[in-house]
Design a protein around this ligand. Structure first.
Ligand SMILES: *[C@@H]1O[C@H](CO)[C@@H](O)[C@H](O)[C@H]1NC(C)=O
Ligand SMILES: *[C@@H]1O[C@H](CO)[C@@H](O)[C@H](O)[C@H]1NC(C)=O
Ligand SMILES: *[C@@H]1O[C@H](CO)[C@@H](O)[C@H](O)[C@H]1NC(C)=O
Ligand SMILES: *[C@@H]1O[C@H](CO)[C@@H](O)[C@H](O)[C@H]1NC(C)=O
Ligand SMILES: *[C@@H]1O[C@H](CO)[C@@H](O)[C@H](O)[C@H]1NC(C)=O
Ligand SMILES: *[C@@H]1O[C@H](CO)[C@@H](O)[C@H](O)[C@H]1NC(C)=O
Ligand SMILES: *[C@@H]1O[C@H](CO)[C@@H](O)[C@H](O)[C@H]1NC(C)=O
Ligand SMILES: *[C@@H]1O[C@H](CO)[C@@H](O)[C@H](O)[C@H]1NC(C)=O
Ligand SMILES: *[C@@H]1O[C@H](CO)[C@@H](O)[C@H](O)[C@H]1NC(C)=O
Length: 891
């Protein structure tokens, strides 16, 4: 049987990992999980104190799984939220592993976390494995999708092909803290659940990386002659080895002896895995195989395991080298008889393909062999956990008031999934801080907790409608940023600290202390009733849908500036003439209306009249206008002139006959743009943007890249327009500038939105969205249920290796799949939420040009083919789509 590889052409954040069928996984024969096991109460440290949790079994329950010989226990001590569920009896079967019979489901809360405290503590290497099988446990017959996090870092997305599909995710990581959090995030696509959670502790010298964690991609028992998965007890560490018989052109070899019977390597490889291997059929051949990854941005760590299985006669000698993607990876491997040896990467490997070639050295008499291979994807652990002082303080508050049942994992991270009742500030890569805390009506009793004084960034504190007693502590006035303090409706007594009263009086604090019968404003006490409504303004951002349109008006003062440039200056009455009294409107934007006009020489122009309001000074207007007028590039809409006359300000652009790309793309009445046209437009627009970023000194950030701002002339040449929002870097040395946020919903860089840090990478993000629109023919925000963002729409398809389903149906399969893939990949490279992961526009231009070449080549071949067909109808030329190879293949 050949192991089936799934969706290797996966891209970006969405990558399918190793999945195993439930019935294939080791199973325990009878499903007798709930039958009392007398002998089941074995020591739980069968594998070195590791943790094996069968999620969803009744609290206190513990059993030994007979087939795996693993002791599972219930999850009660690891999590406080969620409900236990049994899977539907339809999916129960004799060979289903016990752990899948029950699940814990999380209908409440956006984020639910297991917290594991392995006895070995932090700074050790762990393998964490989460398993999922839906089994219609909620009788809804609806497959959910959700995200899996380890600590504050994204691990993977969980998706299912069907209700009996078992999804297993593994990650090898070094624990930074004593507590390891595994979190399930509700992404609005169904209720998260989990079937089992396991933690294994590894020798600290194994699976080491410079940084980041390793997500399992493949772990293969090469040369296996059975279909049996190998794990505990064969594997001391309980790694799951998937049988892989071999590559075409290779032969399987085996030994009946035990490998490593005398001495274990640190990897403690199971003898059952190591005692089979493959070698090339011909002694002089190399052993070649590759893995088609698809996403060139991913980084891999590879571990190859070898043991000599054939006892060598006389002068027989086995030595070989390993090449990875054409580079020498290991000069010399000499496997030792019946002893394991592991060759691993010291640096991560990259490439859209992992191309291995094991080649015997010149004086070797025997061919190369391979016993087992593991491949991991390096995941960055970039997101910072919440500020440690804030964490300590909020944990104290949680404990002392016994609040926050759903308060699990990190308080603020990941972004947008902070604990209920608190809001955080996210400042680039600095640790998030708690800025508001709302514990209204939580039944708090006792005094106001001194730990609150450690929340140094707190701006907003609401403790209203509880039963807090004692006096109002002085320390609240020491919180430097506190702007709103609501203590209404408690049982506080004594006098209000004068420092608080003072801050309230000078307007720096909105203080509410009403409905506290025993409280008085100042000593000596007299009753004071005070109640104020708290206007709370806090920013809540939804990553998926940003609903608020942000507009900034490019404004100016009435005073006429003296613009000196080559551009023509027009008076208002000339503009009236040119536009035939503003007769034909071409479009309306956030800061003005665009009119059509004819210049005296008959050339057509588009004139944007800016709406007048004034906050920006004339000087600023002048600098920006002057700079923009100096920008000349064939892919930038050029400014013909301007008008600045008696409060009427207008910009005169060259006229673009086919209007903007947005209109064109979504206009059903127009003939659909061909794939090649789209590519040409993408290349043009990208070049315009590249010029702004890298060709202009100082660089210019457009800030409003979108299909509506890409104009098409009569030759279908695209030009970037509308520099109204553009920002010029003050100095080249600056890596970013902080500015108020402008841009358009759907195109707005989430990092810029969250941090106000503007770099040219914000334009790259927006351009990625434009590319996705060109591929799909869908707008950036797809209206309808939940207003899906285009990235979220395409990601699941790309992940499955399915690009055809997202391509604009109007293209009618008239395109080169590889070229579409490449554009999709490029687009996805542009849209990570972290800006420095995005490429430069120069890179994007290069990639897009390659795509255009591919498509041009395809068109030529098509033309040649049809010519040949018309020449000879007897020639059978079938246009076979070249499928991307799925598994490792011999070449
Ligand atoms: C699951 O099934 C067991 C045994 O059939 C039963 O005792 C238990 O109550 C069920 N649990 C739930 C949550 O339905
Ligand atoms: C469920 O999905 C798995 C994984 O894709 C597949 O191998 C299996 O055949 C499917 N089972 C059914 C019953 O469709
Ligand atoms: C691994 O652990 C041992 C003992 O706990 C320690 O002495 C050693 O320094 C550790 N090695 C590494 C590479 O962390
Ligand atoms: C081991 O290899 C021999 C041939 O060399 C084959 O006959 C035998 O079936 C193999 N044994 C196993 C367990 O695969
Ligand atoms: C392998 O190469 C050696 C030396 O070039 C040659 O003598 C031998 O016949 C070759 N064996 C096979 C099976 O091709
Ligand atoms: C993989 O190796 C084969 C043969 O050695 C070579 O033709 C091919 O170009 C290589 N591919 C990559 C991506 O390195
Ligand atoms: C040839 O084999 C010998 C061992 O028999 C080894 O020491 C030597 O390095 C090998 N030479 C080459 C060129 O591989
Ligand atoms: C706190 O939460 C309650 C409801 O949960 C809400 O009515 C109140 O406005 C919130 N207070 C603040 C300051 O956000
Ligand atoms: C957090 O922000 C959201 C959205 O602005 C707001 O509704 C909520 O009241 C805030 N919570 C607190 C505790 O201020």
């Amino acid at each position: 049987m050949r192991f089936i590889f799934i969706s290797l052409f996966a891209i970006c954040v969405c990558i399918e990992k190793q999945t195993v069928l439930a019935s294939d996984a080791t199973s325990s024969g009878k499903s007798e999980k709930f039958v009392g096991h007398k002998h089941a109460r074995r020591k739980l440290d069968d594998i070195g104190g590791d943790i094996s949790i069968d999620c969803g079994v009744p609290a206190g329950f513990m059993y030994l799984d007979e087939k795996t010989q693993l002791s599972y226990k219930s999850d009660e001590e690891f999590i406080r939220t969620g409900v236990n569920k049994n899977i539907s009896s339809k999916f129960m079967s004799a060979n289903l592993q016990n752990t899948y019979a029950t699940v814990r489901s999380f209908p409440e809360g956006n984020r639910n976390c297991y917290s594991l405290r392995p006895p070995e503590g932090k700074a050790k290497t762990y393998l964490t494995r989460a398993s999922f099988m839906y089994g219609d446990y909620d009788d809804e017959d609806k497959l959910p999708e959700f995200d899996l996090y380890i600590g504050v870092n994204r691990w993977d997305s969980i998706k299912f092909d069907n209700a009996s599909h078992v999804v297993i995710k593994e990650i090898i990581h070094s624990a930074l803290m004593d507590e390891i959090n595994v979190c399930l995030l509700n992404t609005g696509k169904g209720t998260p659940f989990i079937s089992a959670l396991e933690l294994r502790h590894f020798h600290n010298a194994t699976y080491r990386t410079q940084s980041g964690a390793l997500v399992l991609y493949r772990r293969l028992d090469v040369g296996s002659t059975t279909t049996q998965i190998i794990r505990f007890k064969d594997d001391h560490y309980d790694r799951i080895w998937v049988p892989y018989p071999g590559f075409p052109g290779s032969a399987s070899i085996n030994t009946s002896f035990i490998i490593d019977s005398l001495v274990d390597s640190q990897y403690r490889l199971p003898s059952a895995v190591m005692k089979t291997a493959v070698k090339p059929m011909n002694v002089n051949d190399s052993l070649d195989f590759d893995f088609e990854i698809g996403d060139p941005t991913l980084q891999f760590y590879v571990y190859m395991h070898f043991a000599e299985l054939e006892s060598r006669q006389g002068n027989q000698y086995r030595e070989f080298s390993i090449e990875l993607n054409g580079n020498l990876w290991e000069k010399s491997v000499v496997p030792e008889y019946l002893q394991s040896k592991t060759i691993s990467s010291t640096q991560p490997a990259r490439g859209s393909k992992l191309n291995f070639s094991l080649c015997k050295t010149s004086n070797s008499t025997l061919p190369p062999i391979l016993n087992a291979i593991e491949i991991y994807i390096l995941t960055d652990t970039l997101q910072e956990p919440t500020d440690q002082d804030d964490v300590n303080a909020i944990m104290d508050i949680k404990l002392s008031y016994d609040v926050g049942k759903g308060w699990q994992g990190d308080p603020c991270s990941p972004m947008y999934y902070s604990w209920d009742g608190l809001n955080c500030s996210y400042n680039g890569y600095k640790p998030p801080k708690i800025i508001s805390l709302n514990l209204t009506s939580e039944g708090l009793t006792g005094k106001i907790s001194p730990s609150l004084s450690n929340l140094k960034s707190l701006e907003n504190l609401d403790l209203s409608n509880n039963s807090l007693t004692g006096s109002i502590p002085e320390f609240l006035s020491q919180l430097p940023l506190l702007r709103v303090l609501n203590l209404d409706g408690n049982k506080l007594s004594g006098s209000v600290p004068t420092s608080l009263v003072a801050r309230s009086q000078n307007g720096s604090l909105l203080l509410s202390i009403g409905r506290n019968p025993d409280l008085c404003l100042s000593a000596p006490c007299k009753k004071e009733k005070r109640n104020s409504v708290m206007p709370v303004v806090a920013a809540s951002v939804s990553l998926l849908v940003i609903l608020i349109a942000l507009l900034v008006f490019w404004t100016y003062k009435r005073k006429r500036g003296s613009l000196k440039s080559d551009n023509q200056q027009f008076t208002y009455s000339e503009i009236v003439d040119i536009t035939n009294n503003f007769h034909r409107i071409l479009g309306k934007g956030g800061f003005g209306t665009v009119y059509h006009g004819y210049l005296a020489d008959g050339s057509e122009v588009a004139i944007k009249m800016l709406s007048a309001s004034s906050s920006q000074g004339p000087k600023q207007f002048r600098t920006e206008a002057q700079l923009l007028m100096r920008v000349h590039h064939r892919n930038l809409a050029s400014l013909v002139g301007y008008c600045n006359d008696g409060g009427n300000v207008g910009l005169v652009y060259e006229y673009m006959a086919y209007g903007n790309l947005k209109q064109y793309l979504f206009d059903e009445t127009k003939e659909a743009l061909s794939w090649k046209d789209r590519l040409q437009i993408a290349v043009d627009a990208a070049q315009g943007l590249e010029y702004l970023h890298h060709g202009c000194k100082p660089p210019i950030i457009h800030r409003d890249v979108k299909t509506a701002n890409i104009l098409l002339n009569e030759k279908m040449q695209a030009k970037l327009a509308d520099f109204g929002f553009s920002k010029i870097f003050p100095a080249e040395s600056e890596s970013h500038i902080s500015t108020s946020i402008v841009g358009t919903v759907g195109y707005l860089d989430p990092e810029y939105y969250a941090s106000n840090r503007l770099t040219e990478k914000s334009d790259v993000y927006s351009f990625g969205i434009v590319l996705l629109e060109l591929i799909t023919g869908l707008p950036a925000i797809i209206r309808g249920y939940n207003n899906t963002h285009i990235v979220n729409r395409v990601c699941p398809f790309l992940e499955r290796g399915d690009v055809r389903s997202i391509v604009d149906p109007r293209l009618e399969a008239n395109f080169d799949t590889n070229s579409v893939w490449k554009v999709a990949e490029t687009a996805m490279e542009c849209v990570p939420s972290i800006s420095f992961q995005r490429p430069t526009m120069s890179h994007v231009v290069t990639e897009l040009k390659k795509c255009l070449e591919m498509e041009t080549a395809r068109e030529q071949i098509q033309r040649t083919k049809s010519q040949m067909l018309s020449l000879s109808s007897s020639v059978d030329i079938s246009a076979v789509e070249v499928e991307t190879e799925m598994g490792p293949e011999a070449r």
